[in-house]
Write a protein of this length. Structure first.
Length: 203
């Protein structure tokens, strides 16, 4: 009898530990409808007056935000609290190697001089501050690897049949490890684009 009670107690402890661990790795139990409602309210932007692009994977963002809320709050706060029009080119630490920003001023490129790419350790939040470019987006599982993942450069390259969208001021993109993206494409005439990419460590 005592043995049975002991085993039952041990089982309850193991179930509890499993439940805590599942939450720790970010199991989000909300339905797709609940996530969509949460995403649409945009409270997670904490007052940042920019629009998320329609290509953002809402379910994956909800999962990542739940696990690393502080990272994302810091990223959005950086965008909100800096004058992006006047911010200088360079790298800006936000939370050590967990979250950092890179501001660039580069010309867009002809399509055949750009590449499909993805990352593993970091999620890209990309925002065009001034100018315009086109960005391609495709699921990584529908892309074919052309250059295997390079850990030092934190990138892999692909061929893919994606969709292309204008990237203009006011709208930001988020690319997860499950996305391949092709940024910096000229919309016609290679012109300078001021852009910020915030790297957020992926869960």
């Amino acid at each position: 009898m005592k043995k049975r009670i002991l085993l039952s107690g041990l089982l309850l402890v193991l179930v509890g530990l499993f439940s805590v661990n599942a939450q720790a790795v970010g199991g989000d139990k909300r339905s797709e409808k609940e996530v969509k409602k949460w995403f649409k309210k945009k409270e997670w932007l904490n007052g940042l007056q920019l629009k998320p692009h329609k290509t953002i994977n809402e379910q994956e963002f909800a999962r990542q935000y739940k696990i690393n809320k502080a990272y994302w709050d810091d990223a959005f706060a950086f965008l909100k609290n800096h004058d992006l029009k006047t911010i200088a080119k360079g790298r800006y630490p936000i939370d050590g190697e967990n979250v950092y920003a890179s501001v660039t001023m580069d010309s867009t490129k002809d399509f055949n001089k750009t590449n499909w790419e993805s990352h593993r350790r970091y999620i890209d939040l990309q925002y065009v501050i001034d100018g315009e470019e086109k960005i391609g987006v495709s699921p990584v599982n529908e892309a074919k690897v052309t250059n295997e993942y390079n850990e030092k450069k934190e990138v892999a390259n692909y061929t893919a049949e994606g969709k292309f969208y204008p990237a203009t001021p006011g709208i930001f993109f988020i690319f997860f490890p499950s996305d391949v993206h092709r940024p910096s494409i000229s919309p016609g005439g290679n012109k300078p684009v001021k852009k910020i990419v915030i790297k957020v460590k992926a869960a």
